[in-house]
Write a new protein. Sequence first.
Length: 102
Amino acid sequence: MTPITDFIAELIRAANKVEKLGVPQRKRLLQRAIGTIYALRDKVGMVSDKNSADATARLKVVAGTIDRRTNEEVGAALLVAADIIRTLKIVLDAKDEVLRGE
């Protein structure tokens, strides 16, 4: 597995056992996911407006108020982050295949 695939799996596992995670660990995971999303968007060539009201902005709000979020809200945010990263990885892999002429 690749580091990105490993991280997607980590996010999904965390979402499934979110009640066992401490607040700092929840926040670190979401912040890491947000950073990964921005990095992948850059690699794909997507222009990211870090101030726009997209899914990543909502993840930032959850991360910033993590201590007031329910387990369900945090779990849902982790799954959303995993899905965005998975989708961006698929696009990046397809882009790489096209560039290689496959």
